[in-house]
Design a protein around this ligand. Structure first.
Ligand SMILES: [Cu+2]
Length: 491
């Protein structure tokens, strides 16, 4: 295989380059839309390994991969950079791909499979490499991946019982407090979007900015090491936004899945009154829901537009994205952020609620003793024939709430995920010795393959809502750093 000097070859759909000698490659993204950047080190004999790599960027740091043998070194989505510069020396077998059309999906998948096959075709790289655990692989500490200096939390006031907020079960909140919460969400839907409307036409207001940012990062922050802490901070940002933009200072509620599983539409959260989170969708005679060739579930009792409660006749804009995109690590389809207006739909599903989000499933999850088992109880195993607790809660809702990419459009998403955060928090309290565990890699379902996350891994950010360089470890305690809250009842 010939190895090229730093060079760039560009076609309509794909830009890739690889190099073996010192050099710099620069590629601007300013005139392109839908860009995804993947930086790979191809596995090969150690004598040909890189001695340095730096990625300059002007918007967000790339995810850092410092473990040896890491195949995917960096990955960035379109809103995380506006140009990048790669410089390397004594390098070999580096491949950078910039992807921005549907054709690219095939190319990138091909590259991923090639990478998986490479260790078999070449001598495996030894355990120690230039990206071995040490940060000293980046001389002078100039690496964008180096830990940021100083602890951010010096700037936060101490969290005391007096300042700690308490998050509550939606069904136990006073009706007027529930209505104040949904009023605040509706207020956020009247605030203008801050996103580029040419890139994100679906972002019709500030509320949908949250949905778009979540969609854009879905392939990094689910079924990955970031999942629990990224969502914890994302909830926190939304809670703060309800206060800052819309004056809501009440409790940030959760949807108690097992408590409502037996009687969804009879519970305060789904009864369709003005004090609820809106009720079921109108009944439509849908087919059963096929999750894989071996796994389908009966449809729920709705399926059509939501016509009751605070979110009656609400408009959604993002159409569902296939779960295959998450499973394969393919780029998001080009039309992901197109404005596809429709009514908010729900298909409340008692079968799923009783089967996957019942009380015994909850305690089975809480009693797991390590993060790997906890994660499996929450999310199940993609492609298997069971759902986890959290994935089950999403499938209680029907579309769009069941779609991992675009579920944020249904406002019930916030209480749903707040309960997941309660579950995470309660598990941490029950298992203090492993409460700071991290499980998973830096890409959803490890596609494309990536390194394991650690407490020192930088979070991928929350779009424009927050650019702070938090590590996973920074977001593990609900009573330190940026957080100061607890739940009314520990599970
Ligand atoms: Cu999510």
């Amino acid at each position: 295989m010939p190895f090229l000097h730093p060079s760039i070859s560009k076609s309509k759909s794909h830009v890739g380059f690889r190099g073996e000698k010192d050099g710099v490659c620069r590629y601007p993204s300013s005139r392109s839309t839908g860009l995804y950047l993947f930086v790979y080190r191809l596995l090969g004999p150690a004598s040909h390994s890189f001695t340095s790599l730096s990625v300059a960027r002007s918007k967000r740091p790339f995810l850092a991969f410092t473990e040896s043998n890491a195949q995917l070194l960096a990955f960035a989505t379109r809103d995380q950079f506006d140009h990048f510069t790669i410089s390397f020396s004594e390098g070999r077998l580096l491949l950078i791909t910039v992807v921005h059309t549907p054709l690219s999906m095939m190319i990138n998948m091909f590259i991923s499979f090639l990478l998986l096959a490479l260790p078999l075709l070449t001598q495996a790289a030894p355990g120690r490499g230039p990206w071995g655990a040490s940060h000293h692989a980046f001389p002078g500490g100039s690496s964008p991946y180096a830990p940021f200096p100083g602890k951010y939390n010096a700037t936060y006031p101490p969290c005391t019982n007096a300042t700690m907020k308490v998050r509550k079960d939606f069904d136990t909140m006073a009706p007027l407090e529930r209505k104040a919460y949904t009023d605040a969400i509706k207020c956020l839907m009247t605030k203008p979007s801050q996103l580029d409307q040419t890139l994100y036409p679906a972002a019709i207001n500030r509320y949908f900015d949250y949905a778009v940012i979540h969609t854009n990062l879905t392939q990094v922050v689910h079924i990955s090491a970031f999942f629990l802490t990224w969502h914890r901070y994302y909830l926190h940002l939304f809670e703060q936004d309800l206060a800052n933009q819309c004056g809501y200072t009440g409790a940030f509620p959760y949807w108690n899945w097992p408590a409502t599983a037996d009687n969804l539409t009879g519970s305060a959260i789904f009864d369709g009154s003005e004090y609820s989170m809106s009720g079921n969708g109108l009944y439509t005679n849908n087919d059963s829901i096929v999750l894989s060739p071996f796994f389908s579930i009966p449809h729920g009792s709705g399926g059509g537009c939501v016509t009751s409660g605070p979110f009656a006749n609400m408009t959604t804009t993002l159409q569902p994205v296939s779960i295959d995109v998450l499973i394969t690590g393919a780029p998001l389809p080009n039309n992901t952020f197109a404005k596809n207006e429709s009514c908010l739909t729900r298909d409340l599903n008692t079968y799923v609620a009783k089967r996957y989000t019942n009380t015994s499933a909850l305690y089975e999850c809480l009693e797991t003793t390590n993060m790997a088992d906890f994660t499996t109880q929450i999310n199940g195993v993609i492609g298997s024939t069971e759902l986890g607790l959290h994935s089950g809660a999403h499938f209680v809702l029907g579309s769009p709430g069941s779609n991992i990419f675009v579920s944020v459009q249904d406002p019930i998403w916030w209480p749903l995920h707040t309960f997941l955060d309660n579950l995470y928090t309660s598990w941490q309290i029950r298992h203090p010795n492993v409460s700071d565990s991290v499980y998973g890699t830096l890409t959803a379902n490890n596609a494309p393959p990536s390194a394991n996350g650690t407490i020192n891994t930088l979070e991928p950010g929350w779009g424009y809502f927050d650019q702070t360089n938090y590590t996973i470890g920074d977001l593990m305690s609900t009573t330190s750093g940026p957080f100061c809250y607890r739940y009314d009842v520990a599970l």
